[in-house]
Design a binder for this molecule. Structure first.
Ligand code: B12
Ligand code: SF4
Ligand code: SF4
Length: 361
């Protein structure tokens, strides 16, 4: 069967490729299999017990998943064109990583759905994956010519750097491979030296146990050194992205703000909070975990009203909130007045009591 050119095919079917979308094709079978590498991360416990692609590496890491598939289209969405650092350090405010400022998976989903509908209408089988536990999204990026895997483990492209989200669409249609290119980070190691925790000390290999992006979405108790390293971050971490030269294409004065008022977050209901940030990964969809992040960020970056709000949280029904409220008060005030607001003898949770006793020493 004659291979088709994807771009001519889309044009002839009146599909416009948005400016921020980049496409590439890899023909299948590819013989690409990342299962062993994903399993290796898991076996060395660098995955910090996350599930995602680590639940079933044999399947998520397998490139040739479907016998019927003749090509895979790799779709990348550049969510922050010409980006540069946009951190604002206003007291009492917390930072959101740029990929999560809004639901940036939406435009990627929209475009992949458009292609899926096209294939359905033409009677062509297809299967899409975006951020699914079933598929390693970076699988074909490097081999398809879209770019390369950086030392930060991020997939990078010229002119875009790491600021892109990736999806894959397997299809029964046989498309011609896009041109292969060879790129590399060369001697650069900016991401490694910028990472605040040393999570990238070994190039190309992330230790998730040290990654702030991981901790801000983990249900576990955050170790104290990580709480300090979290700084003013409320969700996600962009340090290894903002430091990456291929992503620093233009200086921008960005009007969008990536900070949130942390005291506001702490006074919202959990339901409203989960609703407001519906596209975040929040363990068990429990808003307490976002309030925990807000307490840590506020403790590290307080304004003059911070303590007043945090004292009220000592009466929260949630042990997670009381636990981090106690730590936040200790961090800001070294417990100067806590006894006016909190009686440890009435504490019902051993977890919270032990944290209080540890800190009061
Ligand atoms: C689990 C996960 C996380 C975890 C672990 C991240 C990780 N690097 O593994 C945590 C929570 C920490 C995380 C954080 C982030 N994530 Co995330 N995450 C995922 C997820 C669900 C699975 C990733 C996975 O399977 N990792 C397993 C390991 C094995 O993968 P790996 O690091 O790529 O391993 C490769 C290298 O080690 C390489 N390698 C090993 N040795 C060598 C040697 C050489 C010489 C070379 C060249 C390569 C090499 O081989 C391995 C296989 O290719 C994917 C979505 C998906 N379903 O795929 C998104 C995904 C990777 N995340 C994404 C994003 C945007 C982020 C954040 C930027 C968000 C933020 N701002 O906070 C950070 C970035 C942190 C970082 N430096 O990686 C994007 C990345 C897009 C891109 N441009 O690459 C993805 C692809 C989601 C998407 N669909 O777009 N994430
Ligand atoms: S996301 Fe932050 S903590 Fe994680 S590897 Fe990148 S710089 Fe380090
Ligand atoms: S900062 Fe440098 S070493 Fe790290 S991913 Fe970007 S280009 Fe590669």
């Amino acid at each position: 069967m004659k291979e088709k050119n994807l771009f001519n095919y889309l044009e002839s079917h009146n599909i416009d490729v948005p400016e921020n979308i980049n496409l590439a094709v890899i023909s299948l079978p590819s013989l690409i299999d990342k299962s062993i590498l994903i399993q290796e991360v898991k076996s060395n416990n660098r995955h910090a017990n996350m599930k995602f692609t680590f639940s079933n590496p044999k399947y998520s890491g397998l490139g040739d998943k479907f016998e019927w598939a003749k090509s895979c289209i790799i779709i990348s969405y550049n969510y922050f064109p010409g980006s540069s650092n946009n951190h604002s350090f206003r007291a009492g405010h917390g930072a959101i990583a740029l990929f999560a400022l809004e639901d940036n998976y939406k435009p990627l989903n929209k475009f992949i759905n458009e292609l899926t509908n096209l294939f359905n209408n033409e009677g062509i089988q297809s299967q899409q994956f975006i951020d699914s536990p079933q598929h390693y999204d970076r699988m074909f990026f490097n081999s398809s010519g879209l770019g390369w895997q950086g030392k930060s483990t991020m997939m990078l492209s010229p002119g875009i750097g790491p600021w892109q989200l990736i999806g894959n669409l397997y299809t029964e249609e046989q498309f011609k491979d896009t041109e292969k290119k060879s790129f590399s980070c060369g001697t650069c190691n900016m991401c490694q030296i910028s990472c605040p925790t040393g999570a990238l000390d070994e190039e190309y290999r992330l230790d998730s146990n040290k990654c702030l992006s991981y901790w801000l979405q983990s249900p576990d108790i955050i170790p104290e050194d990580m709480r300090i390293n979290i700084g003013n971050r409320f969700y996600g971490c962009d340090e290894c992205l903002t430091s990456c030269p291929p992503g620093q294409t233009k200086e921008l004065n960005i009007s969008k703000t990536n900070t949130v008022d942390l005291k506001k977050i702490l006074t919202m209901s959990n339901e409203d909070l989960v609703d407001k940030y519906s596209w975040f990964y929040i363990p068990k969809r429990n808003g307490d975990f976002l309030k925990r992040n807000a307490l840590i960020a506020l403790a590290n970056n307080p304004d003059e009203d911070a303590l007043k709000v945090i004292y009220t949280l000592l009466k929260s029904d949630s042990e997670i909130i009381r636990f981090y409220a106690i730590w936040a008060i200790w961090k800001i005030s070294q417990f100067k007045d806590i006894e006016n607001y909190y009686d440890v003898d009435l504490e019902t949770s051993d977890l919270v009591k032990n944290e209080y006793l540890r800190l009061i020493k």
